[in-house]
Design a protein around this ligand. Sequence first.
Ligand SMILES: O=C(O)CCC(=O)C(=O)O
Ligand SMILES: [Fe+2]
Length: 322
Amino acid sequence: MSLDAKIEFPVIEFRSSDLERGTNGWHQLCKKVREACETFGCFEVVNDTISTEVREEMFRLMKELVEVPVERKQKNTSPLPYRGWIGPCAQVSLLYEGFGIGDVSNFDSVKDFAQLMWPEGHPRFCDTAHTMGTQLEVLNKLIWLMLIDSYGLEDESLKMNYTTLMRMMKYMPPPPGEYEIGFFAHTDKPVSTLICENQISGLEIEVNGGQWIRLSNLSPSSFVFVVGDPLKAWSNGRLKAVNHKVMIRGDKDRFSIAAFVIPNKGTVIKTPKELIDEQHPRVFKDFDFMEFFSFAFSDPERRSDSGQLLNEFAALSPPVSN
Ligand SMILES: O=C(O)CCC(=O)C(=O)O
Ligand SMILES: [Fe+2]
């Protein structure tokens, strides 16, 4: 991927020959993933397990989805952040529109969503969204496994019950020549996220405290893995929760899909004891994920948060910088 000159954003290819756990190739891959997540808090995964046909079909269906009448879109509501429909608004951006499907690897959940949008039913949408969401869930699991192997931890250390929430987003082009915010700067509050886009760039990440780089030329078969605040807390601050935003320019609609890991009610985010020692004193208290999630979204004024909320909520003093 080409980027602003000196900074080499990590692009990691998951070759099937390296995906056998315990092999040399696997260990090298784990090391790369860990380094990327510690340094950048994200990386580009090049992986063809999610077929480009499924992905292209999903983007095509999203074009149909945004044409659904507003009255139906508004039926996609939820008290939980990330889930419901958000139309263009000042809190996010006048260029943004997003739809969430909770528990996307559960076919009934996708069907319920589709039923609201298309009361006559839309089997093709259901199949495609369910396939894509399920494959994203599998890919996320694989990356978690790489992280635990890279730290030499037991499988149990990063096990929790969760659902994958898939958000389908559209960003309209700004007026000609303008460069506008599509999604404010933030760190993700779910545990981790996988993002892909319809080859129209927009995602920018903060590096070296204050420098923004644009992830342009992401490969058509790649995803960006993003470390969220709870994963940073789990790792005792080793993994970086990357501050990111979406900036829009040009004259084409940008579509993106994000799969967020949302732990079930009652899940406690807890640093494994192996990650705590004299050189790495414990930086976060154990906390209930849902309490953190509610806290983070309780005040709309604080939506643009680059990691301070996690510190406020869970850091043992002194707080860790992002
Ligand atoms: O649309 C994108 O590429 C990213 C959106 C995002 O960061 C989010 O929804 O948390
Ligand atoms: Fe995000």
